[in-house]
Write a protein that binds this ligand. Sequence first.
Ligand SMILES: [Zn+2]
Length: 203
Amino acid sequence: MERTGPVRADGSLSEATIILLHAVSQVDLELLRAVRIRPSRSNWFRAPWYRYHRGGAITIGRTIWFTRIWFAPDGSGDGSLRSTWKWLLHLAHEVGHLPQAERFGRSLWGKARYVAAFTWQYGSRALLLRRPIHDGSRLEREADLGRQVLMQLIGQAGSDHPVVTAIHEGDAQATRKWCAQNTAKITALAANYREHNSVSARS
Ligand SMILES: [Zn+2]
């Protein structure tokens, strides 16, 4: 079954999606090509650390598990332009976890340590009553770079934006052109986000 939108039938990202996510998140092309998107098994979402995670996705190793709602024909899997935009925003955050997962290592032990790091960050913040728990953790702020850049670039326009249409239609050439035209803006937004986050990380 061939479908339009950011994710191909085999769970890989479309070329247009890879180009945009690489531009906004600065995650390596190699990682973006290797990642697979899968419908989650329900047991992930009973894990105690999971409830803190935003919006129904979790990145483990090179797999991003999305809850089944994301694939529902009457939900975010309806193949509409609007769902493409929703997917892009959420992917822009989740792919930010890919380099982190690489840093922790891809062995079972590495994956366990990665999950433990999240549990610790959420748990310790909850204990100190610091909020928001999810967005406040260091790993989460780091991962959110791409989503923040994307929001500031086209957040208001949403699914009406031409680059969202280009990705929806699988137009890699138009996406590449748009990214090239916006390189300076993207670089400035990313630098600004990093600067603000190193400030709040120390407070
Ligand atoms: Zn996250």
